[in-house]
Design a protein around this ligand. Structure first.
Ligand code: CA
Length: 221
């Protein structure tokens, strides 16, 4: 899962990114409204944490522009405490959730998890695919209730495919999820990772539709 953090205070932005990374998410940071607008308009993020109070191009304007451009990624806005009018305008502008500052990282992470789940159409906290369960809170994959030992990268891959059940995910999308803009990783790295996952979780944990991409579980969408 790839997240964009928009916050003009770099120290706070890095703290938020650190907390979300340790919860298993990849993060990009934008510290200006212009960068935020551009990244959100051109990159595919699974969620955006958007500070409303930005100098020059403010968060609400960015949000309205994204939505007007058909960018529908979930957005959690960070607002000033007590500013109910700002929150109303934010929600009316297309924000999916909000968090007043200051907040606990635990609460932000819980909201991020819930929002990603909801936007994937998953009602429960744990994702089930056949005998496999994916628990985003514990960052754990189990088979028939038995926890499997996965590396963070392996977990991210299974979790991403699990959040996109019923869809064939193209290799390029998975590659950017796992490696970001690190183009030194060639397409082989993904193949190797998937082969290793099938060894660990069973051959039908991840399916391939040749020439199109990958899907979770043994049944092709
Ligand atoms: Ca700010």
């Amino acid at each position: 899962m790839r997240l964009l953090i928009v916050e003009d205070d770099r120290r706070i932005a890095e703290d938020i990114a650190g907390a979300l990374s340790s919860a298993g998410y990849r993060t990009d940071i934008a510290t200006t409204g212009e960068d935020a607008w551009f990244l959100g308009d051109t990159e595919d993020y699974d969620l955006v944490v958007l500070d409303i109070g930005l100098p020059q191009l403010d968060g609400l304007t960015i949000l309205k522009r994204w939505r007007a451009n058909g960018r529908h990624m979930p957005v959690i806005m960070l607002t000033a405490r007590g500013s109910w009018a700002e929150r109303v305008e934010g929600i009316d502008s297309g924000a999916d959730d909000y968090l007043p500052k200051p907040f606990q990282f635990e609460e932000l992470i819980a909201r991020v998890r819930a929002l990603i789940r909801r936007s994937a159409g998953i009602g429960s906290a744990v994702i089930s695919v056949g005998a496999m369960t994916i628990d985003p809170r514990a960052m754990r994959v189990s088979i028939n209730g038995v926890p499997q030992s996965l590396t963070p990268l392996e977990y991210q891959l299974v979790s991403y495919l699990g959040h996109h059940q019923g869809r064939i995910v193209p290799p390029a999308e998975l590659h950017s999820q796992l490696y970001g803009d690190d183009f030194s990783r060639d397409a082989n790295a993904l193949e190797v990772l998937i082969t290793r996952l099938r060894k660990k979780l069973g051959s039908d944990a991840v399916g391939t539709r040749r020439g199109f991409g990958y899907y979770i579980g043994g049944t092709e969408p």
